[in-house]
Design a binder for this molecule. Structure first.
Ligand code: TYM
Length: 344
């Protein structure tokens, strides 16, 4: 069966947002707002799988909301809301915890990375995090999910959960809805030159807000001087830039900076490789700094302006939550009926 096309994505309100979050996800969200029905969520329930200071969680939730708006999302066209205001996410997540297999969760690389050596001390929430993520998407029967490369495995798990639910409850689905499939198989949208932006200090590590070194990342609210300094100090190698894609083998830092340039300029990576073939890093970094500052400055100015009015951001989230809850209501009601729960 075919499902109406709907886009869903989410960002965790933990710490400051990085250029990775911006290029890999947030900036791309606006591309869908004119052609799809879109839901963009601030996933505060995911955030507390690792302890968050309550005041900071509150501030960061408004901060991600501001980033959505600063990146060009129109709250009238999109449903912008925070996860904890729509109870259906938690209800669906519980049902999915009973569908997903422990073996599937054990394969999740993000859990292994985040829990690290001290697995016994990680929260149970961190372990079942991917089933809450599947619930976020499928509570709206979303079909398309724009994310960075690091979320690919979680999306595959969401597809497995949808399929297993459709299979295990097949008879009840046919009785309840007259169709064979209740949930769609959500498609990850992972396209473009910056789906995995790497650390400025180590081209083999993902740029991340949890990296202890602030020099490893560009933050969405860094000022021009800070951006310039971080790019100037970014790790490189002694060779000039290569003239073809194969020239990046074994040169992850060079590849990362070219990818960032291409994403900021919204040009194909190969066109950028061509333009800078044979250029020294010192020259290339000047151009990259200019481009990064001119692209990010309007966004960070807008971000600051929006953050100064928390009341407005709260209104956006509250209104969005009302609209999201209305979309979720018939889907969670059908899901509960399919499972066999008694209720009106
Ligand atoms: P989060 O909050 O870690 O990251 C938000 C988005 O930014 C992308 N991203 C990157 N992209 C490219 N390069 C990087 N270095 C980089 N770092 C982060 C992420 O891929 C993501 O798209 N589990 C999700 C949030 C979530 C979600 C969902 C996403 C919860 N429920 C439902 C989609 C659908 C997360 O932790 O993203």
């Amino acid at each position: 069966m075919s499902f109406a096309e709907r886009v869903f994505s989410g960002v965790q309100p933990t710490g400051t947002l990085t250029l990775g979050n911006y290029l890999g996800a947030i900036r791309r969200f606006a591309d869908f707002q004119d052609s799809y029905e879109c839901l963009y969520c601030v996933v505060d329930m995911h955030a507390i799988t690792v302890f968050q200071d309550p005041k900071e969680l509150h501030r960061n939730t408004l901060g991600v909301t501001a980033a959505y708006l600063a990146a060009g999302l129109d709250p009238a066209k999109n449903i912008i809301f925070n996860q904890s205001q729509v109870a259906a996410h938690a209800e669906m997540a519980w049902i999915f915890n009973c569908v997903t297999r422990i073996g599937w969760l054990n394969r999740m690389t993000q859990f292994k990375e985040k829990a690290g050596k001290n697995r016994e001390n990680a929260s149970a929430g961190l372990y079942v995090y991917p089933s809450l993520m599947a619930a976020d998407i499928l509570t709206y029967k979303a079909t398309h999910v724009p994310v960075g490369e690091d979320q690919k495995q979680h999306l595959e798990l969401a597809r497995d959960i949808a399929q297993k639910f459709n299979h295990d409850y097949g008879d009840a689905i046919r009785t309840q809805t007259n169709t064979d499939e209740f949930f769609p198989q959500p498609e990850p949208l992972i396209e473009g030159p910056a789906m995995r932006v790497m650390s400025l200090r180590d081209g083999t590590k993902k740029m991340s807000k949890s990296d202890p070194s602030d020099m490893s990342r560009i933050n969405m609210d860094d000022d021009a001087d800070t951006i310039a300094q971080k790019i100037r100090k970014a790790k490189t190698d002694p060779e000039p830039l290569p003239g073809e894609a194969t020239g990046f083998i074994g040169r992850p830092e060079a590849e990362n900076l070219i990818g960032i340039y291409a994403a900021l300029a919204q040009e194909p990576k190969l066109a950028v490789v061509d333009r800078f073939a044979g250029t020294q890093f010192s020259e290339f970094k000047k151009d990259l700094t200019e481009l990064a500052v001119s692209t990010l400055a309007p966004v960070s100015d807008e971000l600051r302006r929006l953050k100064a009015d928390p009341g407005h951001l709260e209104t956006v989230l509250n209104e969005g939550a009302g609209r999201a809850a209305a979309l979720a209501a018939p889907i969670i009601a059908d899901t509960k009926a399919i499972v066999g729960f008694v209720g009106a």
